[in-house]
Design a protein around this ligand. Structure first.
Ligand SMILES: *Cc1c(COP(=O)(O)O)cnc(C)c1O
Length: 362
């Protein structure tokens, strides 16, 4: 038995806490990456049952599966596409399309026109994320969509923050650019529909930025890189069993590169979790900025001096991992605890990095 266990109660707790905090502002449940690793449809079902009926995705398959399971839900394709096959399918599925460029607008407008229908779209504004979207100063282009593209119905407009988790200044600048554009469009008499910019971090930190909607992903899973007052819970953990118990004599080594050498006789348990399963992939470093690299190096140096043990729970007791974690195995010290073959092992693993584990809702 190897599984990633999702605790229903914790998930529902998070959904309800987020809903309460959002008040009247609608929440888009962001479900990309197979629902952040815990299953597109199961996560969507929990959202639906708790009153969140709007879903945001990035893949065609996600839109297909959601539409099949929830005929009545709203689906926003957050990625802009000019591919005729994708546009046709999104229209078939009654999905809201993102318009991230003039070219996309032309493509969607012409296909919707041919189909004698009007496509529901949200305009994407690039305030610094740099993937899709009009720049806030491309007002003329944006306005020409309203003026000339009669087969597009602009029902919303959004931008995406790049640093909500780490920089208030950058986020406020992006917000400012976005809201100035909104004002400009509205002053000129154009309806912007649902304006939305918050991801989880911005939603929790800057309530004044909620506008007409928010897009939440990681907060649903209680996985944030900062402390939030909402008391969100981590919704899951990896579970496996003790596969072998051995007593190794003083001087024995454990794992690749003999990363652990027993200073005394030690009782060890072999557990069926390794880096392939996402175990200890937790502290992957983003090394995009010089500052990130420096921090990573400093952490690395600190770890050389202060051995930070990786801890799992065996049979309810905390145990440290000995040596390097293998691909699908790790070895833990059980000298001081009661444990037997088949006992339950629990470990913290980020669901986004989970592989080879069955997702199980309990
Ligand atoms: C992933 C994503 C979100 C959700 O981000 P979280 O930080 O996980 O809440 C919102 N908007 C867009 C455009 C995204 O790509």
């Amino acid at each position: 038995m190897k599984a990633y266990v999702v605790e229903r109660e914790a998930l529902i707790h998070n959904i309800q806490a987020l809903k309460r905090f959002a008040g009247d502002v609608p929440i888009w449940g962001v479900l990309k990456g197979n629902g952040y690793g815990i299953g597109l449809i199961p996560l969507a079902r929990h959202l639906w049952e708790n009153g969140i009926t709007r879903f945001a995705v990035t893949e065609m398959k996600e839109a297909e599966h959601l539409r099949e399971a929830f005929p009545e839900c709203e689906i926003l394709m957050m990625r802009s596409t000019a591919d005729p096959a994708e546009i046709n399918e999104l229209l078939d599925l009654n999905v809201i399309l993102t318009i991230g460029s003039y070219e996309t607008a032309v493509a969607v407008n012409s296909i919707a026109g041919e189909r004698s229908t009007v496509a529901s779209v949200h305009l994407c504004i690039d305030t610094g994320m740099g993937r899709y979207g009009f720049f806030p100063d491309q007002t003329d282009k944006i306005i020409s969509i309203y003026d000339y593209m009669k087969s597009l119905a602009v029902e919303g407009i959004f931008t995406h923050f790049h640093s909500a988790f780490c920089s208030e200044k950058a986020t406020r600048q992006q917000f400012e650019q976005f809201t100035q554009l909104l004002d400009k469009l509205q002053d000129a008499g154009y309806e912007t529909g649902m304006a939305h910019c918050c991801n989880s971090a911005a939603f929790l930190k800057y309530p004044e930025m909620h506008l007409d909607g928010v897009r939440l992903g990681s907060a649903l899973l209680g996985r944030l890189s900062f402390q939030s007052k909402l008391n969100l819970k981590k919704i899951g953990y990896a579970e496996c069993t003790v596969e072998e118990i051995r007593t190794i004599p003083k001087g024995s080594t454990v794992g690749y590169a003999a990363g652990f050498k027993a200073k005394e006789q030690t009782r060890v348990a072999v557990i069926g979790l390794g880096w392939y399963n996402g175990f200890t992939a937790e502290r992957q470093n983003d090394l995009f900025r010089v500052r990130d690299s420096l921090w990573a190096i400093l952490r690395h140096i600190r770890d050389i001096f202060i051995r930070r043990n990786i801890i799992v729970t065996v049979n309810g007791h905390k145990c440290r991992v000995l040596g390097h974690v293998g691909m699908v195995h790790a070895v833990v010290d059980v000298t001081d605890i009661d444990c037997a073959l088949g006992d339950k092992v629990v470990a913290q693993v980020n669901p986004l990095t989970v592989k080879g584990l069955r997702i199980q809702y309990r």
